[in-house]
Design a protein around this ligand. Sequence first.
Ligand code: SF4
Length: 248
Amino acid sequence: MCAQFSPEEETLFEKTGATVLKRLRKTRNPADLLSAISSAHKEFDRAFASAPADARGMVACRAGCDACCHVPVGVQAHEVLIAAQHVQTHFSPEELDALIARAAAHREAFAGRSNAGRTALKTPCVLLRNGSCSIYGARPEACRSHHSNNAEACRTNLASGREDIDVYIPRVRGRMFAVMLAIDQAVAEAGFDGHAYDFGSALHEALINNLCAVRWVQRQPAFPESCREASEMDDGDSGVMHAEGYFQ
Ligand code: SF4
């Protein structure tokens, strides 16, 4: 499928995708569709645990280290709806109101900006609270997939606006990407919205408009074009996310 995967990662990709697709096709109750995808998120933990011990030992990410939560997060619609569901069932009314206000400000700041312009804002994710993720169990796939071998370099990258200091751990990253891409492609293959959205903007829409979830279940685009990732709007691309794009 993707030339950059090792044979082991390719197998992980194929198995995860087939499992998610089968689950989605078997699920008859629309209310259970998101749970069918959420349960596949356990594959990220299994994939991480299967990485060689020395590669896992290189991970420098720690609680309270939040540099990677200050860059735009690209997601598919199901990830936004899973996060919105978590927020609606775990946040107090006051917390929910405050989150909607932060997400509205984020959306306004991102509107009309290129991807580089959005990154340059260094805006903290609307769900970052005291240096930690406030929806950790329901966080998007990109957040689950990212591991750094150098926390200081992450902070330097953020402060300088540079993106050229390589902090990746290939033997961990390949596995995590295999799972992420498998889930995303299975969801799109099952006919659900495969567009790339900006997480904060789409989350705002999901929290103020119940029809987003309805549209997703009906296999329509869940969010308006204004919530799309800047690269998708720049390219005028109306299609789904492509695996190869993650490796560019
Ligand atoms: S969802 Fe959580 S982990 Fe992801 S960027 Fe936001 S705060 Fe960070």
